[in-house]
Ligand binder design. Sequence first.
Ligand code: HEC
Ligand code: HEC
Ligand code: HEC
Ligand code: HEC
Ligand code: HEC
Ligand code: HEC
Ligand code: HEC
Length: 389
Amino acid sequence: MILLPLMAVAIEFAGNNTCRPCHAAIVQSYETTPMARSTGPAGDSEIPAGRFQHRASGKQYTITRDGTVRIRGGGQPATQRFDYRIGSGAAGYSYIIARDGFLFQAPITWYRHAQRWDAAPGYQDDPIMAWDRPIEPSCLMCHASQVVPVFGTQNRYIDPPFRQNGVACERCHGPGSDHAAGHGKMIVPSRLDAERRDDVCRQCHLLSESRIPRAGHVFSEYRAGLRLGDYVAYIVRDEPGSEPALRATSHLEKMNASRCKIASGDKLWCGTCHDVHTVPADPVAWYRTKCEGCHTAETCGRRRGNNCIACHMPKAKAVDAGHGVFTDHSIPRRPRATAPSLPTSWRLKPFGPADAGDRELGLAYLEAYSRTRDERQKAEALRLLRQRP
Ligand code: HEC
Ligand code: HEC
Ligand code: HEC
Ligand code: HEC
Ligand code: HEC
Ligand code: HEC
Ligand code: HEC
């Protein structure tokens, strides 16, 4: 669990509206992107009406447009009401309910690709389907901005729990109150050195097994332009010899496994193909132009057509996202029908050299053990934590 010092969050960040008068075009364009719209009050995006039967629990759900959920079967009929939304709808909508300032996850999700309601990821085989899984700050830190948790609790927040919907400008450009007042430069990620540049996206686009704050630090201290590994160590599954599985949030690991990245090094990064302030109107043409920054259509042997991404960046079901469908960023040579399955290794490792540390790896093993009860992970945690001076 990661707790944030309230004051530090509230003072330095100005919020997107502060940027509007001087950067009107960028603000307006950015507001239409999934990142900007990744969280909000439940009712600010259309809530799809629907109903479904959940086999494992025997419960039947009826969802109406005002965010009311009627639940029948498996006990007394009950009613819940969504308070906040997570997800722009690009892959789907998940919801949060608030009880006395404590936030909990709704066990049901709407999936865009399948166009239907079903159990949320992680609840498919849940026989209870309780509305009691806490929404911890670490979850909101990736989907909302200026999150204001109550210190010393697991999932209680000031009302409203975040002051800025979605991913704020300042998550990538650094706090802007000085700049908005006429002094102070903003960070421009593409002008940072490769490590700090990539860290800006990595803070949210690498879900990893565990994100362990360094001793004496908290996640929210990290700002664009700093070295992420000095604040938080990202620990991933050690899967020697096997390609990382396609997960909902594995873009970075997959991109790093691509020939394009291995052969181009720091020249290729997320920003080579994505302009985060806009949604491409014609994705086929947009991404082809990006490929052609390094390839020509002739490199493809013979001309196979203009839709480079249809063959080389196919979409597939992720192993951890229910019915969610995601783009394979490993840019495979030949289209692949199925994504690799979930890894079986119990071993963990730091994502990169900046994430190394016995304390952090040890704590990540302990966190994994609390979920899996795998004794090998416990033994490894104790070994790493005990050998510290
Ligand atoms: C009062 C007007 C004003 C406000 C408010 C303002 N900016 Fe700027 N911004 C500017 C001007 C003028 C420039 C170009 C000169 C410079 O680089 O400082 C600029 C440049 C930038 C740059 C590019 C910096 C560079 O070095 O090229 C970024 C990024 C930026 N602003 C982000 C923001 C964000 C984010 C906000 C809101 C938190 C914001 N600005 C609010 C006026 C403003
Ligand atoms: C490390 C950052 C991180 C954490 C922690 C995280 N997410 Fe996400 N989540 C993302 C990113 C990045 C995406 C976009 C991935 C994509 O589109 O491939 C995403 C996608 C989603 C989507 C689909 C979004 C859409 O518009 O379709 C939902 C729903 C979601 N997350 C819910 C949650 C919930 C609920 C939690 C906490 C219990 C959570 N996430 C924790 C980073 C995170
Ligand atoms: C997800 C990260 C991210 C978010 C959020 C984001 N930006 Fe940017 N911004 C970037 C990157 C990366 C660049 C550099 C683009 C490049 O060099 O190709 C950039 C460039 C800029 C520039 C310089 C433009 C130029 O062409 O030199 C301004 C101004 C700016 N952003 C303002 C904003 C404002 C205002 C918001 C919020 C409405 C915002 N950005 C949200 C990542 C982000
Ligand atoms: C504060 C967390 C955060 C940061 C920082 C961040 N992202 Fe995201 N990003 C998300 C989340 C969450 C989503 C899923 C939005 C949704 O659909 O709900 C997302 C979605 C996206 C998407 C899907 C489409 C779209 O237009 O939103 C792209 C592309 C993307 N991010 C690229 C980037 C790049 C490139 C950077 C770094 C310059 C970056 N992101 C930084 C959290 C973040
Ligand atoms: C070589 C080009 C390329 C690079 C580099 C790249 N992307 Fe993408 N990305 C794509 C394409 C193509 C899509 C699919 C777009 C579409 O279907 O409209 C995509 C889609 C996405 C999405 C939407 C969800 C999904 O999985 O379909 C997210 C989020 C995203 N990229 C994040 C990232 C991040 C983070 C990085 C850096 C680690 C990155 N991308 C690097 C080409 C790229
Ligand atoms: C920054 C430059 C860069 C960009 C942008 C880029 N690539 Fe590459 N790509 C490379 C390099 C370099 C190689 C390795 C060539 C070699 O090994 O001879 C490569 C290899 C490949 C391969 C062969 C993969 C294999 O496993 O053999 C394919 C397919 C490919 N790229 C497709 C694409 C597509 C499609 C896009 C756009 C979505 C793209 N690339 C964007 C630089 C890039
Ligand atoms: C209809 C599917 C399809 C389309 C569309 C397509 N490719 Fe390919 N591409 C392939 C296949 C299949 C191969 C592997 C050929 C082989 O292994 O001999 C390939 C190979 C490649 C390679 C590796 C060439 C080498 O000799 O190492 C690159 C680079 C590449 N494609 C880039 C592109 C780019 C850029 C585009 C868009 C202009 C594109 N491809 C469009 C199917 C496609």
